[in-house]
Design a protein around this ligand. Structure first.
Ligand SMILES: Cc1cc2nc3c(=O)[nH]c(=O)nc-3n(C[C@H](O)[C@H](O)[C@H](O)COP(=O)(O)OP(=O)(O)OC[C@H]3O[C@@H](n4cnc5c(N)ncnc54)[C@H](O)[C@@H]3O)c2cc1C
Length: 305
């Protein structure tokens, strides 16, 4: 049943045609509990509130289905604006972005130009940028882009997904640029040709990747709500004497808020991933796919005033 739910919501996530309905009814389905508002201005007080509790943030302007060069340039301007707003409001926040929204599927030169503009602005305002990882058809292009950008800029990271068979090799290939990586299980619908079908293998592989990346001496963001992964990391860093400034825990906005504060109280760095914007449909559907309890949470939102 759980596998069926997951496939169903991941299928819906890949249907841009349902987007318009979602934008209209989204807040009724609880989207506003996990999205920081429609504009960056809406997100600012929420980020300030998290910062005042000691939580760091990474903001993501939602959007993944761009069809034209003009749209990709618009998304680039939005990223530039977010960087300026982070700086103007003195927010403790990084920026996360998706390279398909900047034109990855349209033209490699376009996405490179857009990323250069974003990175130049990010350097100017001392803002760190993470390239989110999307589905496996984009993994190689995203990692190639990341590697080239990392040779030019220090303030950039990307994401490795433990459900992919290739990820251990990717970690080795990236190591020459001393990558700053967010390690996750992976959120997209993937076939058994490229990804572990069993959750226990995905969990096990995440532990292996965390261990390898930390012992390589690289900065690591452990992005998971899973207590077993968090506990594993705590024991690993203790055993190997890894300093607390070499890693951080990351969780999604609106998920496990109390756990975030507990980790903070234990002296760990905790960062909250806050998406904003009205193009939240794919993001919301992936969250429903991950956790059946989120369905109850969404329906609860539907029946509340
Ligand atoms: C900051 C951040 C950034 C991410 N970026 C990307 C990305 O760029 N690309 C990508 O593919 N994926 C990304 N993801 C999503 C990620 O790949 C997983 O799909 C998602 O985090 C679910 O896996 P999990 O490790 O959190 O726990 P799961 O495997 O979903 O759950 C494991 C256990 O954790 C507990 N748990 C999980 N969620 C909750 C909850 N809300 N409340 C209480 N208990 C809970 C439950 O006990 C559950 O059984 C990101 C996730 C985070 C947190």
């Amino acid at each position: 049943m759980e596998a069926l739910n997951k496939s169903f919501f991941l299928f819906l996530a890949s249907r841009p045609s349902l987007d318009r309905f979602a934008k209209r009814w989204g807040s009724k389905f609880g989207a506003d509990k996990i999205v920081g508002g429609e504009t960056f201005e809406h997100a600012v007080p929420l980020i300030q509130n998290l910062n005042s509790q000691g939580l760091r943030v990474t903001v993501d302007h939602l959007g993944e289905f761009v069809a034209s060069e003009a749209e990709a340039r618009e998304r680039t301007l939005e990223c530039l604006q977010s960087i300026r707003m982070i700086s103007a409001h003195d927010l403790n926040s990084q920026l996360s972005l998706k390279v398909t929204s900047l034109g990855l599927d349209i033209n490699p030169e376009l996405v490179w130009e857009n990323m250069i503009q974003i990175m130049d602005e990010a350097v100017k305002h001392d803002v760190f940028v993470t390239i989110d990882m999307e589905d496996s058809s984009r993994t190689q292009a995203t990692l190639d882009l990341y590697k080239a950008l990392k040779k030019k800029y220090n303030n950039i990271g990307t994401v490795i997904q433990s459900y992919l068979y290739r990820s251990d090799q990717d970690l080795d290939d990236l190591n020459e640029v001393k990558p700053n990586l967010r390690l996750v299980k992976g959120a997209y619908k993937e076939s058994a040709k490229v990804a572990f079908p069993d959750k226990s293998d995905v969990d096990h592989n995440l532990k292996l990747l965390i261990k390898k990346h930390l012992l390589n001496g690289n900065y690591t963001a452990i992005a998971s709500h899973d207590d077993a992964i968090i506990q594993y990391t705590k024991e690993l860093v203790r055993e190997h004497g890894i300093a607390k400034d070499q890693f951080e825990f990351q969780m999604l906005y609106g998920m496990r808020s109390e756990r975030q504060l507990e980790l903070l109280a234990e002296g760990y760095t905790v960062r909250v991933y806050m998406p904003y914007g009205n193009d939240w449909y794919g993001y919301f559907m992936r969250r429903l796919a991950e956790r059946p309890a989120n369905i109850a949470f969404a329906l609860n939102g539907l029946f509340k005033k």
